[in-house]
Write a protein that binds this ligand. Structure first.
Ligand code: HEM
Length: 487
């Protein structure tokens, strides 16, 4: 389905997909959690209501764990880059290195320093100063995202470079760092990703609070009700804004990568005018055909041009155009004599639908949750079915985030750097099937373990509840004091 086989390129791509998807479970979650915990602590400073302080402390524990696992999985991600994609690094190093170095030196430095101060100083600073620490951490996580996305946006839409011969190889030479940062792709991806991340945190907080309410433990009801409402608001507003930010990004995709767009809509032939939107269909990717379409008239024109007229180009036409543009001369040897710019259409078509569906699922359930918990008509605790749906729905935004990256990354096929370098050119010449199989299995086991720890710890934290006082309170102790070592 994904066009990945038991070849060196296939296994390297599988490893990239596995490490990225797993790493990306934690990245948006920790970005979103950092932000919402900062909002909770600010609400405590403004409203002086202790429940917001308790919330910042409790949800802050989950944030800390997601942050830690995010770092570990990020390291594995970098490691597999070095192992499997050395030709890519040689080609892209000039551009890829700068944003990643700034990310590590500046953004990661800010977040790590402030998160450390924040977790150990609950009673040592005034509430305002303590809230300042978590805001700095949150800003740090978002700055990190900007630099990583700057590198990824270059791969989607290269800017500020020239092609040069260096050390006997063709390479990218950075000519204007400002253009890399001002890349329009970056400023379309960033809002979509950050809002989706905040929505993710809202859904998790609402879901875990729903489990907390179902458990009915003495003294926790108020805490989980306030948390539930908070999470539902974040999820609802987040889902609406994600839809707008997604549309904003779609416009850039149509302009820069029309093939990706045609694949997400599953159209091989140019559409009629006005263009209908296909809700579902069967795709024959080899035969470049579709069948069994269920369509909504005019909607694709509306989504593409924001008006009810206009036809949309299909993949067959775009493939011819790309052949004319890039031709056999440059890439024929890597891509075979038949140039094939068709991305994996089934994956893109369904990933796009899953991602957008997630926004609407969150919107509907969070709206219902707020409806049943409004003042004077607060009956949510009796709506067990809804609490169960919210609790089980914790996973939904994670699926949406992964589907989003599937669209972004699979849709760039056959390029690793759009229009300049193909995936098969990028793979390490020294990689072997054996080494790739070994590392794939190893990473899979490691990820299963890390994922298990994350789920176990989250359940454990929920089980203990917000008012659990234990050796954990050591976390508020100066890490260099005797008490921190249990003496
Ligand atoms: C109607 C709703 C949505 C629309 C129209 C939309 C649109 C898009 C588009 C067009 C892309 C790919 C852009 C590219 O490759 O250039 C994308 C990527 C992505 N989407 Fe969505 N999306 C929607 C909802 C969501 C939701 C609900 C989530 C999260 C739960 C989400 C998370 C992501 C992520 C993580 C990416 C990959 C990173 C990026 O390129 O921003 N999206 N989205």
């Amino acid at each position: 389905m994904f066009g990945i086989g038991l070849t060196i390129v296939g296994l390297a791509r599988f490893q990239f997909a596995m490490t990225t998807v797993f790493h990306f479970f934690f990245v948006p979650f920790s970005i979103g959690m950092g932000f919402v915990v900062a909002v909770m602590e600010t609400m405590y400073c403004v409203k002086k209501d202790k429940v917001y302080r308790d919330m910042a402390k409790f949800w802050g524990k989950i944030f800390l764990l997601s942050f830690a696992v995010g770092i570990v999985t990020g390291l594995i991600q970098e490691f597999q880059f070095g192992m499997n994609w050395s030709e890519y690094s040689r080609f892209m190093g000039d551009v890829f290195g700068a944003p990643l170095a700034i990310e590590a030196l500046l953004a990661f430095f800010i977040e790590s320093v402030f998160i450390g101060i924040w977790m150990f100083t609950w009673d040592r600073f005034t509430p305002g100063w303590h809230a300042f620490m978590i805001w700095m951490t949150s800003i740090g996580t978002m700055l990190s995202a900007i630099w990583i996305l700057a590198a990824n946006s270059f791969m989607q839409h290269p800017t500020g470079f020239t092609i040069a011969m260096m050390g006997g190889r063709t390479r990218i030479k950075l000519t204007n760092f400002g253009d890399v940062v001002a890349n329009p792709q970056l400023w379309r991806v960033f809002p979509h990703l950050i809002i989706a991340a905040i929505m993710t945190a809202g859904v998790v907080i609402a879901g875990m609070s729903a489990w907390g309410l179902l458990r009915k433990k003495d003294g926790e009801n108020h805490f989980f009700k306030v948390s539930l409402k908070f999470g539902l608001w974040v999820g609802l507003v987040g889902s609406i804004l994600t839809i707008f930010a997604g549309d904003f990004q779609t416009q850039q995709m149509i302009k820069d990568q029309p093939m990706k767009f045609a694949a997400t809509e599953g159209i091989y032939q140019n559409t009629k005018d006005p263009a209908p939107w296909t809700v579902i269909e069967t795709i024959d990717a080899k035969g470049h055909k579709t069948s069994g379409e269920v369509e909504l008239p005019k909607v694709l024109s509306l989504l593409t041009y924001h008006k009810t007229t206009g036809s949309v180009k299909g993949m067959n036409t775009i493939n011819k155009e790309l052949n004319d543009q890039y031709g056999n001369k440059k890439f024929g040897t890597q891509m075979g004599s038949e140039l094939d710019f068709y991305p994996p259409a089934k994956t893109l078509f369904w990933s796009f639908r899953i991602m957008t569906l997630v926004a609407f699922i969150v919107l509907v359930f969070d709206f219902l949750g707020l409806l049943f918990s409004r003042k004077n008509k607060d009956t949510i605790e009796n709506k067990k079915w809804l609490l169960y749906c919210l609790g089980i729905g914790i996973w939904v935004p994670f699926i949406g985030n992964s589907a989003g990256w599937f669209v972004t990354e699979f849709g760039r096929y056959p390029w690793i750097v759009y229009g300049l370098f193909t995936i098969s050119q990028a793979v390490s010449p020294s990689s072997t099937i054996g080494s790739l199989l070994f590392s794939n299995i190893l990473y899979f086991l490691l990820f299963t373990f890390l994922g298990g720890v994350m789920v176990w710890y989250s359940r454990q934290t929920l089980h203990q509840g917000p008012y659990f006082e234990d050796k954990d309170s050591k976390q508020n102790v100066d890490p260099f004091a005797k008490e921190a070592f249990g003496k």
